[in-house]
Design a protein. Structure first.
Length: 148
């Protein structure tokens, strides 16, 4: 299952990267992320490992994650190793001559069979997670606006 959400921001890729690069600050704009606890001494770059406690309605998960891609001002990728496995990536693309940024968030996820299999994927994960992540990008917009 693949989910992609996008939003354009009135900020340069370099400045947007400064806002999304601190992994521990993702809880400020990801409404479903309750906490992030590093399990590696490294806090940035490929190989960084952490646990993100995620809450979606009554469901709380401890998502073990590791950074797999780290290209400053361009992309950040993760691997999920929790109740849902897979990978995700943030891509920052300059638009309008680099004055603005298109932020695309793509997740390729495989839910565990006991989360409802294909029906759970279609009804819950695809629609609910897509809605949550679109809302997260609206929250990121508020962080961008406060940063000016």
């Amino acid at each position: 299952m693949t989910i992609t959400v996008r939003a354009d921001y009135d900020i340069t890729p370099a400045r947007l990267w400064e806002l999304v690069e601190p992994i521990e600050r993702h809880v400020e704009w990801m409404g479903d992320a309750e906490s992030i606890d590093f399990t590696s001494t490294q806090r940035r770059g490929v190989g960084t490992r952490f646990i993100c406690v995620t809450k979606i309605g009554p469901i709380r998960m401890r998502d073990r994650m590791s950074i797999t891609v780290w290209e400053p001002e361009q992309r950040m990728g993760v691997r999920h190793e929790g109740l849902v496995t897979g990978s995700g990536v943030f891509v920052l693309e300059p638009i309008d001559g680099g004055r603005r940024t298109r932020f695309a968030w793509t997740e390729e996820l495989t839910p565990r069979w006991w989360l409802g299999g294909a029906l759970g994927e279609r009804l819950v994960l695809r629609h609910v997670l897509g809605w949550i992540w679109r809302r997260n990008l609206k929250r990121l917009r508020r962080v961008v606006e406060r940063s000016r």
